[in-house]
Design a protein around this ligand. Sequence first.
Ligand code: ADP
Length: 577
Amino acid sequence: MTDAVVQDTGVEGADQPAALTDGIHLVVDALKLNGVETIYGVVGIPITDLARLAQASGIRYIGFRHESDAGHAAAAAGFLTQKPGICLTVSAPGFLNGLVALANATTNCFPMVQISGSSERHLVDLQRGDYEEMDQLAAAKPFVKAAYRVHRAEDIGRGLARAIRTAISGRPGGVYLDIPAAVLGEVLDAEKGAASLWRLVDPAPRQLPQPEAVDRAIELLAGAERPLLVLGKGAAYAQADDLIREFVESTGIPYLPMSMAKGLLPDDHPQSASTARSLALRRADVVMLVGARLNWLLGHGDAPQWNPDAKFVQVDIAATEMDSNQPIAAPLVGDVGSVMEALVERSKPGRITAPAPWREELTARSAQNVAKMSGRLKAAATAHPMKFLGALQAIRDVLQENPGAYVVNEGANALDLARNTIGMQVPRHRLDSGTWGVMGIGMGYAIAAAVETGGPVVAIEGDSAFGFSGMEIETVCRYNLPIVTVVLNNSGVYRGDDASPSDDPAPTALKARHDLMIKAFGGAGYQATTPDEVATTLREALAAGGPALIDCVIDPTDGTESGNIAHLNPKGISVPR
Ligand code: ADP
């Protein structure tokens, strides 16, 4: 804990000056008491002293250039550590910038707490025009799991306890904690202040499934002719890797990893159905979703992408997720670890076994698809100017030599193609655009991965996606983080060859030498025009272990508008290109 501020109260007759504390000290003390080691933020009125004090008390403070990026970092830290990532923002505009990331964390089920300073209620509520006036609590509410405000310094401990527990218990999500400047500055008796703080007991309790629900699921899986598992990022978050592996391998059921569940089992596992995905979805008769939602990313479970007669088993900590898109024949409400343990315990060995013909059918289709793809990969490897797939194969080869590297990935084509080209070997080593398909998470996620794990990070970025958080390359350099950013630069959003119908550049056009940018901040910048150069520079940058950026010059004609999700564009009357 920090030392209480000792001041002479000047009270007549008092033998000793009473020890005093204030709101800022109490916030820092409460965070430390609850094991917070890192704060991500942007300082300014009224939270600068809070960041200073946190740092002086041994909490690591990582200062960003924009609150969205700090927020994305906190969210990724939450996903990686199962502890709420903490983001600190200033009032009104800074708060709103951070709110984007808090909403994204909530959507992705990542635990995060945004703590923001705010201006005085008596001014805000009468709209008297205060500095950065805004009713932040009301603004946050629609976008978060919960929002709380502290009105008295003596409630700071309670407010943080509520925020932390809410963020990580049940379905994790984003929580907003509003602390007005006057509360941060409120002085109170240090003993009373210390007594108002507490450490949470079992903040994310296990949630065990009902035995009859487990038996129902076993029954369904045991009777399946073509069972399939879908592992989602909730399964990755749960850190139940050994149990998941035991269930998968003891049943022989083929599985599909969603993008952030890649690596839960190594991507080259013989039961991975990734390379026969379409067939697996179209034919599976019993599908068990493990920490994965039947949302747009899974076509809502609808035909023709899915077998219309498929029956679903769903493992999720949120009971309300059941039936959100399809009828769930066997809901398994509980945390992934407890549910997998119960499934293993309650199914006798051999009770659930994936029939061999189904496994063979998928293996045969995988072989066909891999053979088909290999021609495309070979052509891309030698194409000049360089194609996405040329650069990505080079990155893949270097990452195979470095399986412990964290991969951050965003973009349109850069995301679609990297996801399929780059295999993951280790759980929770891939962070990407996630449920919203959002751009701008790149540098925030990369910084959190480096800060929280100390491991090397390779951020594979589309040039457009990188732009949203590109200024954080300075943060990467300032903290000397082991992050290599690889920008797949085809000079545009989607592609760089759109002709403009006016004197201005086309709406999709972009133009940048990102390698020069990082040099301005003291990092290593490379330009690569061939797959060989990509591999050589990436190897060199990873070996150096510091901040680096490789600008990969990609053919501007390579790239599909909107990547794999072009069908989501409205189809009206054709627009000039
Ligand atoms: P993906 O995009 O990979 O399919 P989603 O984010 O859609 O994954 O789904 C994750 C699901 O996992 C959410 O419905 C969430 O409630 C659930 N979840 C998160 N943590 C746990 C946990 N520890 N145990 C069980 N379910 C969890």
